[in-house]
Ligand binder design. Structure first.
Ligand SMILES: [Fe+2]
Length: 123
């Protein structure tokens, strides 16, 4: 059974993993489902903004530029297009932005990003 890319965090090492197939609740006790945030404190720096530029979809993290430092940066940005997930992995020092060539209507897309300090955010 597909489960729409649930993300899990290892309680022991902090690694983030994607559950690509299986039940929503069947993970080991060593993992917890990542909470998805949409608003509230920190939203202006974290909620992804989706824009179209011709054939490309541009995802920018937050209305206010997010830090990209060694201990606090955006680890990845994902674009969710129905059953398809696009992902850009990022390193400290890189701009928190991703571009994917996708022709789906923008209002049918979701974006999410993972901040190493503030967790998972989705728009
Ligand atoms: Fe953050």
């Amino acid at each position: 059974m597909a489960n729409e890319g649930l993300l899990l965090k290892c309680k022991l090492c902090g690694s983030i993993m994607e559950k690509v197939f299986g039940s929503e609740t069947g993970q080991s006790d060593d993992f917890e489902l990542l909470e998805i945030k949409h608003d509230g404190e920190g939203a202006a720096k974290h909620v992804p903004i989706i824009k179209r530029d011709g054939d490309n979809v541009i995802i920018k993290v937050g209305e206010i530029t997010h830090p990209s430092e060694n201990e606090h940066y955006i680890g990845f940005i994902e674009l969710l297009d129905g059953d398809t997930t696009y992902r850009k992995n990022l390193k400290p020092g890189e701009e928190p932005e991703a571009v994917f060539k996708v022709d789906t209507e923008i209002n049918k897309l979701k974006a999410r990003e993972y901040c190493t300090v503030h967790g998972l955010w989705e728009s």
